[in-house]
Ligand binder design. Structure first.
Ligand code: FEO
Length: 670
């Protein structure tokens, strides 16, 4: 009996789940199963996007016949020739002898390799950028080599703004009746299997994934149809951000993946002690016994975590076999950009540390944390200190202590007599808006400021910046002693302000998933888009301004990036920052849940696209304000946060979102 799902009236999912597969590709356990997706487009011509694995052929053929509803199949479009999608192609084409094949030259070659039947007279070859019309729908083809085989291609249906992505954006796990990403709590329930799928299936091919993402980045996309897992029809940007991190080998989190191989438990004991010390220092540890946990799970978390610790016993004058296999696996998947510590054990001739280093060293951008810690059979008296020292080093990197209080002179005593100060007067200044960036121990930091200005001409020229002390970047600038200022233009999107202004570098890597990687000569990143100049500066003095710290710096490099006008603070408020509140009261509105843009009115057209973030109507919340008493409070002029308050805000109040102080709030009612 058929089992299909409708994506739209003209696009039907005709794939199937497989929960009996023990090992995907013969290697990766799939305890939650896997889905093989196939899609049927019902246009003037019918087009089937890919076939399925032979394990689910029966229901697949029933699905195709049911969805065709008596029509003939005109085309089979092949995105990928791996047999989990292509094994049933020959049977399909024999069942539908009139169907033609849309494929590229590499796929054509593989068709003749996999199947004895000669289909060459039924093939319509396509190449990069070709457009095929099935009637109302115009399909454009994008080659995506090595995502995950060389012949892979993606297809964009311009008519319905749907991207068929082959293996990209797939996940392990059966669909279990669900089809759309919004029918599951994806980032809670499925992200682990999505990460394990990506890292193990295409993790090796990060640059090729980046190239494919770049090709489709300019497309307007409302629906993403991968060959495994969920169809994305909302919030795709969240998943895309994960792909940007994974494909650039950027850790998702500042944490430790600790894998150990232990025969009699002594290496495990040392690993446990280290894990406890890390946990005591506030470091999150994800820990695995390589003899118990399949490598695919450990590879997945190695892509996730910033720091890796490998502990293993010596075995046959080398390293224990499960650890050796794991390290080969990590190297094969091209893992890079990690900090690594090693613990070795050996009762008479410990060699596992040396072998582990040799296996890890060829990986790109790996930094070893100190020398190997060597156990002779078991952790010896006094050797716990070495684990403590390692825990301290890792903890300091992941949660560095603030340095501001130690490195700047104390603030001058408050003036004795301050007359009436109208904070409105400060709003009469004209401020520009900039991104301040710096780099400490290889980690990049940045935040939005509106305080940069030239303080002195001459040689070298001098600038000042004032940064809120609670802002983590202030701490990092003090530590680094150098920074860059990227001057934003009026074209800067709100997302850029959100990224660098509304979250803390303590919690997230603000550069994760960015498509640009440019640095100035001082090694610090800058913002090459939506900016018109960048200045590289070296701190020459710091002054404590109570809530902020003033940095005075020499300019050591400066370059103009564009002629676009600089963004002023006033321009940001007037034209970039979304109007957050559907005020005035009683007005009906639709609020974009992605970027906060407000569309005033009771009816939002079905085809409405958010002018800021380009999300569709499904991402808007319909606000019908209840009649209620206005609440008094203060609104942050920086980020829009409203703080209910009947009286005065406390003198030491800081915005919970952007960390600006009371002086940046103004009275408001909501
Ligand atoms: Fe799902 Fe590369 O096949």
């Amino acid at each position: 009996m058929h089992c299909t799902r409708k994506i739209r009236d003209n696009l039907i999912w005709v794939g199937a789940d497989d929960r009996r597969l023990a090992c995907f590709e013969g290697v990766y356990g799939v305890p939650d199963g896997v889905s093989y997706n196939s899609y049927l487009l019902l246009d003037e011509k019918t087009v089937l996007f890919d076939a399925v694995d032979k394990a689910v052929f029966e229901v697949f053929f029933e699905n195709v016949a049911y969805a065709l509803s008596g029509r003939k199949l005109d085309y089979l479009l092949i995105s990928h020739m791996e047999p989990d999608h292509a094994a049933t192609i020959e049977s399909l084409l024999l069942r539908y002898p009139e169907a033609r094949i849309i494929c590229n030259a590499k796929e054509k070659a593989m068709l003749s390799q996999f199947f004895l039947t000669d289909f060459s007279d039924r093939i319509d070859l396509v190449k990069e950028g070709d457009v095929f019309s099935s009637g109302k729908h115009k399909l454009t083809f994008f080659m995506a080599p090595m995502v995950h085989w060389p012949e892979v291609m993606m297809t964009y249906d311009k008519t319905d703004k749907t991207l068929f992505t082959a293996d990209a954006f797939g996940t392990f796990g059966a669909l279990n009746g669900r089809l759309f990403n919004d029918e599951t709590d994806f980032f809670v329930e499925n992200i682990g299997e999505a990460r394990r799928y990506y890292t193990n299936i295409v993790g090796k091919y990060g640059p090729q994934v980046q190239a494919a993402l770049k090709k489709v980045s300019a497309l307007e996309i409302t629906t993403v149809c991968p060959l495994h897992g969920f169809v994305w029809r909302s919030h795709f940007g969240d998943y895309l951000e994960k792909y940007m991190q994974w494909s650039t080998y950027t850790p998702e989190e500042q944490s430790v993946m600790l894998a150990y191989a232990s025969v009699y438990g002594h290496t495990e004991n040392a690993a446990n002690i280290l894990a406890a010390k890390l946990a005591e220092r506030g470091v999150r540890v994800r820990m695995y016994d390589t003899s118990v946990t399949p490598a695919s799970y450990i590879v997945s978390d190695a892509f996730r975590c910033s720091h890796l610790v490998f502990a293993a016993t010596t075995y046959n004058a080398g390293v224990f076999v499960t650890m050796e296999n794991l390290l080969h696996d990590l190297a094969a998947h091209n893992l890079q950009k990690r900090k690594v510590a090693i613990i070795e054990n050996g009762s008479w001739a410990p060699t596992s540390g040396k072998v582990m280093r040799e296996l890890i060293a060829p990986m790109k951008n790996i930094e070893f944390l100190g020398e190997n810690i060597t156990l002779k059979s078991a952790l010896a008296e006094g050797q716990e200190n070495a684990l403590t020292a390692l825990a301290d080093v890792i903890a300091e990197e992941i949660n560095p202590k603030p340095v501001l209080t130690e490195s700047i002179p104390a603030a001058a005593p408050a003036a004795e007599a301050i007359l009436d100060v109208d904070s409105g007067a400060f709003h009469k200044f004209t401020y520009g808006v900039q991104v301040l960036t710096t780099c400490v121990d290889g980690k990049d930091y940045g935040c939005i400021i509106n305080s940069a200005g030239q303080a002195a001409s001459g040689d070298p020229k001098k600038v000042t910046i004032s940064v809120i002390k609670k802002n983590y970047t202030a701490d990092m600038v003090a530590k680094a002693g150098k920074f860059n200022i990227s001057i934003l233009t009026e074209e800067a999107p709100f997302d850029l302000f959100k990224c660098f202004g509304f979250q803390s570098g303590r919690d997230v890597d603000k550069f994760a998933g960015k498509t640009w990687t440019e640095r100035t000569a001082n090694g610090i990143r800058y913002i090459p888009e939506y900016t018109n100049a960048v200045l590289s500066c070296e701190v020459i003095s710091m002054e404590d301004l109570d809530t902020s710290v003033l940095f005075v710096a020499n300019v050591v490099e400066a370059k103009v990036l564009s002629k676009a006008p600089s963004c002023t603070y006033a321009y940001y408020h007037a034209h970039i920052k979304p109007k957050k509140n559907p005020a005035p009261e009683q007005k009906e509105a639709w609020v974009c849940q992605v970027c906060g843009y407000v569309y005033e009115g009771s009816d939002l057209p079905n085809d409405y696209i958010c002018p800021l973030c380009k999300h569709g109507k499904e991402d808007f919340e319909h606000i019908i304000p209840a009649v209620k008493k206005k609440q008094k409070g203060y609104v942050c002029t920086i980020c829009g946060h409203f703080e209910p308050c009947e009286g005065e805000l406390p003198a030491d109040y800081t915005c919970p979102l952007c960390k600006h102080g009371r002086e940046d709030f103004e009275p408001a009612e909501q």
